[in-house]
Design a protein around this ligand. Structure first.
Ligand code: AMP
Length: 230
C-alpha cells in the first residue's frame, strides 16, 4: 500500500487556541503536534546553543530567524513520520520564507503528505485578555496550557498544578502585556502575505471562529475536515 500522511497547518494569532486545539487532536485523535514555540522553550530550558541564541527574541516577543526554525522542523518531521500519519504544525509557518521552505521539504522528502490549512479567528483584545490569564506546565516536556480565567474550560483541576503530569504551573516569560502586543504586531506583519501565499496556490484556508468553547471549535474542525466519526 502506498504511504499516506496529513499535515494540518494551524494558523492564527498567539492566544487564538492553536495549542489547545492541537492538544485535543493529540488526546482524542492520536495525532502528533509540533509547536515550534514549545520546541524553542525546550531549547531555552536546556540551555542549548540554539536556546542561548533565541532567548532574547522569545522574551521580547520577536520572531526567531527562519533558518533556525526551519532546521528544527526539518529534524522533527523526519522523526514523526517514522511513527505517525497525522501531524499538526502549531505556529509554523509564520512567514512566507518558512512556508516556502516547508513546501520544498514536503515536496522533496515527504511527497506522500497532503496539507490542510486551518485558521483560528479572534480579535486582538481577546487575545490579550486570554494570554494574561494563561498558565503553562513548568515541565518542559509537557508545557500543557491552562487558564485561570473564570468560566474557562481550561481551568486546572488542582489549582496551579498540571492535570497531565502534576508539575507546577507557571506564567510564560513572554506573557506580559508588552510582549503580547509585540507578538501580535509580528503576527499581523506577516499574516496577509502568508495567507496570500496559500491562496495564490489555490489552497483552501478553513476558518474557524475561535471565540467559542474549545469543544465547539473541535467539533466544527472535525466537521469541516470530514473527520466526523473518527
Ligand atoms: P508560541 O508558543 O507559538 O506563541 O511561540 C512563542 C515564540 O516562539 C514566538 O513569539 C517566537 O519568538 C518563537 N517562535 C515560535 N514559532 C516560530 C516561528 N514559526 N517563527 C519564528 N519564531 C517562532
Amino acid at each position: 500500500m502506498s504511504r499516506q500522511g496529513n499535515v494540518y497547518i494551524f494558523l492564527g494569532p498567539p492566544g487564538s487556541g492553536k495549542g489547545s486545539l492541537s492538544n485535543i487532536c493529540v488526546t482524542d485523535l492520536g495525532w502528533l503536534q509540533l509547536s515550534t514555540g514549545n520546541l524553542c522553550r525546550e531549547h531555552i530550558a536546556k540551555q542549548t546553543e540554539i536556546g542561548k541564541q533565541i532567548d532574547f527574541a522569545i522574551k521580547s516577543g520577536r520572531l526567531v530567524t527562519d533558518n533556525l526554525i526551519v532546521e528544527m522542523v526539518d529534524k522533527w518531521l523526519e522523526e514523526c513520520f517514522a511513527t505517525k500519519e497525522n501531524v499538526i504544525l502549531d505556529g509554523f509557518p509564520r512567514t512566507v520564507p518558512q512556508a516556502r521552505a516547508l513546501e520544498a521539504l514536503l515536496c522533496n522528502r515527504f511527497n506522500f503528505v497532503r496539507t490542510s490549512n486551518v485558521k483560528l479567528l479572534i480579535e486582538d483584545d481577546e487575545v490579550v485578555a486570554r494570554l494574561m490569564g494563561r498558565y503553562i506546565c513548568s515541565n518542559d516536556k509537557c508545557q500543557a496550557v491552562f487558564s485561570l480565567i473564570d468560566g474557562s474550560g481550561l481551568k486546572p483541576k488542582r489549582h496551579m498544578f498540571c492535570d497531565a503530569c502534576s508539575a507546577a504551573l507557571v506564567r510564560r516569560s513572554d506573557d506580559t502585556e508588552e510582549s503580547i502586543r509585540e507578538r501580535l504586531k509580528a503576527y499581523h506583519q506577516h499574516e496577509d502575505k502568508l495567507l496570500d501565499f496559500y491562496k495564490d496556490q489555490g489552497q483552501e484556508i478553513i476558518e474557524l471562529d475561535a471565540h467559542r468553547p474549545l469543544n465547539m471549535v473541535f467539533e466544527e474542525f472535525k466537521g469541516r475536515l470530514g473527520l466526523k466519526g473518527v
